[in-house]
Design a protein around this ligand. Structure first.
Ligand code: NAX
Ligand code: K
Length: 486
């Protein structure tokens, strides 16, 4: 059993893949073995989480998730705990594995109580897992409400009940801990999944080599960068930030600052405000230039970043010439509204010029012609769809940022938290992606490294210190990524 922490990469399997793995694995094992292993794993984690618990309430549902609960109750009882099972199901309609577990539990003297206990030290949510098909109703909904109203820990079996395993959608029960069984599901790590699941644990039930391809990966930490002594600023590439229309110069300067701190050799801030100052006293290493005075074909360009409507005029040239490109905010909105710009964007893929889009769900919706809610309902699907339509690497921001790219299995980023929900942090990310792109040929790897680092900084941010975009931009350091080619 492993606790999932954000440094190691893990394969993620959606419902169809998880079911295929379950079928293939069960074929090689004695009957009901997987559920028995699942129940033992749940009982062990319950004991580890609440070693002094006297009463453990196990709320069991009508399918095999409930079966895991029956198995766990049997072990907890045999270890001296007051294991109280409540069950909402129909014995005649129980799947075979769960029925066998119910019979084993009864034989071990586990009784099904008519009501939840008045008090408990730990609750186990074994109501619904992969088979959740609609919002929790009636008894299950009441139990979920009771658990949520209590401050004591809730251990969800496989998934918080009601969570969509593939998308992180649905109206899930809340858990403080979730033990994923056999496979880790993508829905645990994106959209509503992270808030519903709490701390995530994983037990592979002894199936170390799953018989299916991962649907996605939970990203691991990029390697630490070792800068060669005999390197120079030319080794780390040039970044140009094009943005900062009148009144929004800060956005472009934030991106440029992040690119500089992220390790780019030289950074040019190209403000679109015609009366912008020619010098940034807070960051004198930034060079303020006009975008049309630079040779963008040798640079990684971050475009958008407070560019407002003014960015439209620059986009045809930027799209046609930038060696590598990050498109954010206003640049994405301009492309969504202009088919000619969209054609220029698609042409970049044919010329093998790395391009990374960094939309939030609303911007992604504009590009796809749908609402932000529709994007959120299937974030991995939306990421894949954008890649297919535009041929770019896509960073779909939000809880569990999706990184998708042509020919690559998508990643879900494990770092970051709601402290990043403040103005300008997206500009910092765009600049950071550009700094990685300046030194690294692969847009997908550059985006993944930058997103991981951006979130990691927020995860380690001092508690009593405000996380502002300007402080974040300066906290960036060129620690992780891939070594620059010399
Ligand atoms: N069969 C096996 O060998 C294994 C099964 N496992 C467990 O089995 C789970 C999957 O089992 P199932 O496919 O039976 O699915 P579930 O246990 O999630 O439940 C499906 C049942 O719940 C009903 N249902 C769906 N939504 C409902 C709602 N909102 N309110 C009330 N009832 C609802 C369905 O009609 C169906 O009867 C996994 O998540 C995992 O916990 C694990 O033990 C691994 C091994
Ligand atoms: K559950």
């Amino acid at each position: 059993m492993d606790r999932i922490r954000p440094h190691r990469a893990w394969p993620l399997f959606d419902t169809a893949a998880s079911r295929a793995i379950e079928r293939a694995s069960a074929g090689h094992l004695p009957p009901h073995a997987l559920m028995q292993r699942a129940g033992l794993a749940v009982a062990r984690l319950a004991l580890a989480l609440a070693p002094h618990a006297r009463t453990i309430w196990l709320a069991c549902g009508p399918g095999n998730n409930g079966g895991d609960g029956f198995e766990a109750a049997m072990h907890l009882r045999s270890w001296g705990k007051n294991a109280i099972v409540t069950w909402s199901g129909d014995e005649g309609r129980l799947p075979q594995d769960a029925r066998a577990s119910l019979q084993r539990a009864r034989a071990a003297d586990v009784r099904v109580a008519p009501h939840p206990p008045a008090e408990w030290d730990l609750a186990v949510d074994a109501m619904l897992g992969l088979g959740a098909a609609r919002p929790l109703e009636a008894t299950l909904a009441q139990w979920a409400t009771l658990m949520a109203a209590d401050a004591r820990p809730v251990l969800a079996v496989d998934l918080p009940s009601g969570l969509d395993a593939d998308t992180g959608g649905g109206h899930p029960a809340r858990a403080s801990h979730t033990l994923a069984l056999l496979t880790l599901k993508p829905g645990l790590f994106t959209a509503g999944g992270r808030d519903a699941a709490g701390e995530i644990w994983f037990d592979d039930l002894g199936i170390a080599e799953p018989a299916a391809r991962p649907t996605a990966w939970l990203a691991g930490a990029p390697p630490e960068v070792v800068r060669l002594h005999a390197s120079h600023k030319g080794s780390y590439g040039d970044v140009a930030v094009v943005g900062g229309a009148a009144g929004m110069g800060g956005a472009a300067l934030l991106a440029a600052t992040a690119a500089l701190h992220g390790g780019a050799g030289r950074v040019f801030a190209c403000l679109l405000d015609p009366v912008a100052a020619g010098f940034d006293s807070a960051e004198p290493a930034l060079m303020l230039r006009r975008w049309d005075s630079l040779d963008l074909s040798a640079m990684a360009v971050a475009c958008g970043c407070g560019g407002g409507d003014a960015v439209r005029a620059a986009l045809p040239t930027v799209l046609a010439t930038a060696r590598a490109l990050v498109l954010d905010a206003d640049a994405l909105n301009a492309i969504a509204a202009d088919t000619q710009l969209e054609s220029l964007l698609k042409a970049r893929a044919r010329r093998a010029r790395p391009t990374v889009l960094t939309p939030h769900p609303l911007e992604a919706g504009r590009l796809l012609g749908c609402t932000a809610a529709e994007v959120q309902a299937d974030r991995l699907g939306a990421g894949r769809e954008l890649v297919q339509r535009l041929g770019c690497v896509v960073v779909l921001k939000g809880s569990g940022t999706v990184i998708a790219g042509p020919g690559r299995t998508p990643l879900l980023n494990p770092t970051g938290n709601a402290r990043l929900a403040s103005a300008g942090t997206g500009d910092v990310l765009a600049g950071l992606v550009a700094s990685h792109l300046a030194a690294m040929p692969d847009g997908f790897d550059a985006a993944a490294a930058a997103v991981y680092e951006h979130g990691r900084l927020a995860d380690h941010w001092p508690r009593r210190q405000a996380l502002t975009a300007s402080a974040l931009a300066r906290a960036v350091a060129p620690e992780r990524g891939w070594p620059a080619p010399l």
